[in-house]
Design a protein around this ligand. Structure first.
Ligand code: CUA
Length: 271
């Protein structure tokens, strides 16, 4: 409003002033002041505010997590404890957690509305976001940049834990898989599963799909799309394309029902 009044005032002055030749010098001064000095002062003040805002933003978190986005799921890596999980980001409450955001294929956008704004994940470069939760709870997230057929089903959960619960969770996740179900493990290792998925502690070391070392501990399957139940897992293994068309998991039509049952119970036990 102030700017409009000043500009219109100057315009009125220019239109209706008395025409006099000798005012040339003072007009030059007016142009210099109005066109150079005043804008410079305004821009310097705004620069000061911008620098202050940037300085107040946390550059580093008190804890770091790497999130690598894929079509259509989230790889989550804890560098300090050196384990990987998927589609579920556990954080301790009251801690500034810095997410290092990467993308493996196309541009996605990490968005957990209750905890922060959106941040794009861009192939070939790195972005970051600081998350902090004040209260324990499960916060739903969603990819916020159209990334292909299953963009709408590229969901995630941020689970904010009390510090002791978080410590217990990370300690459990950092351990290799433990199982009594050797038949299930051998089935997994010999089947095509191991070409794409890792289960630490076994010979399955594929790294195309999510790390399944503790898949049984997760709340969802298919990046937040399905609850993690034996029935959904069996359907997913048998024909993931019918549940989430366009995802990278091939159907396994040849699997025998009995093998499927053993495989599902093996995976669901990987807590
Ligand atoms: Cu990933 Cu939209």
């Amino acid at each position: 409003m102030g700017v409009i009044v000043v500009v219109l005032g100057l315009l009125a002055y220019a239109l209706f002033r008395p025409r006099r030749r000798e005012s040339q010098v003072s007009e030059d001064r007016l142009v210099a002041i109005g066109g150079l000095v005043v804008p410079s002062i305004i821009l310097m003040v705004m620069l000061g505010f911008t620098v202050r805002t940037f300085a107040q933003e946390p550059r580093d978190g008190e804890m770091n997590i790497t999130v690598n986005a894929h079509q259509f799921w989230w790889e989550v890596y804890y560098p300090e404890q050196q384990f990987e999980t998927a589609n579920e980001v556990h954080i301790p409450i009251g801690t500034k957690v810095k997410l290092r955001l990467l993308s493996d294929d196309v541009i996605h956008s990490f968005w957990v509305p209750e905890l922060s704004g959106k941040e794009d994940t861009v192939p070939g470069t790195e972005t970051s976001l600081v998350l902090e939760a004040d209260h324990p709870g499960v916060y739903r997230g969603q990819c916020a940049e159209y990334c292909g057929l299953q963009h709408a089903n590229m969901l995630l959960l941020v689970i904010a834990d009390e510090p002791a619960d978080f410590a217990a969770w990370t300690a459990a996740q950092a351990r290799p898989a433990e199982t009594q179900n050797t038949r299930g493990q051998v089935l997994f290792e010999r089947a095509t599963c191991s070409g794409c998925h890792t289960i630490r502690g076994t010979t399955a070391v594929g790294d195309f799909g999510p790390d399944l070392t503790h898949v049984g501990s997760r709340q969802t399957l298919a990046s937040g799309m399905l609850p993690n139940t034996p029935g959904h897992l069996a359907g997913w293994i048998k024909d993931a394309q019918s549940l989430k068309p366009g995802n990278a998991m091939p159907p396994v039509p040849s699997i025998e029902p009995e093998e499927l049952r053993v495989l599902v119970s093996y995976l669901e036990d990987l807590k």
